[in-house]
Design a protein around this ligand. Structure first.
Ligand code: HEC
Length: 92
């Protein structure tokens, strides 16, 4: 359960990415909460780009196959921004 340590060390209060429309903020949240599992050799792995955002949000919220459940931490808008970030970066 090392994701809990991750959350605690970065502070739950900093998780919201809705406050400012700042792409660097999305990147920072992504690096804090998601990159430990979703980054490999500068590429974001494990994302099926055929899927709709809404399906991915359900997966993130329910937590599956080792995904922590993030339902209490992010709004749908936050998650959409994070998914968009993953989509863009998985092109590389
Ligand atoms: C502890 C490791 C871990 C962390 C941290 C993590 N993920 Fe995941 N994630 C996974 C695994 C494993 C899968 C594959 C699940 C599956 O295929 O069943 C996955 C799948 C996904 C998917 C694909 C969902 C789908 O329907 O195909 C998305 C999108 C996603 N994660 C987003 C995120 C976001 C955003 C964060 C940060 C808020 C995050 N993940 C943090 C392990 C993690």
């Amino acid at each position: 359960m090392n994701y809990l340590i991750l959350l605690l060390s970065f502070g739950i209060a900093n998780a919201g990415i809705d406050r400012e429309d700042d792409p660097e903020l999305v990147k920072r949240v992504y690096n804090n909460y998601c990159s430990s599992c979703h980054t490999k050799e500068n590429k974001i792995v494990k994302i099926d780009k055929e899927k709709e955002d809404s399906e991915m949000i359900i997966t993130i919220r329910s937590g599956t196959g080792g995904m922590p459940t993030y339902s209490w931490l992010f709004t749908d808008d936050d998650l959409k921004k994070l998914i968009e970030y993953m989509r863009i970066n998985s092109e590389k």
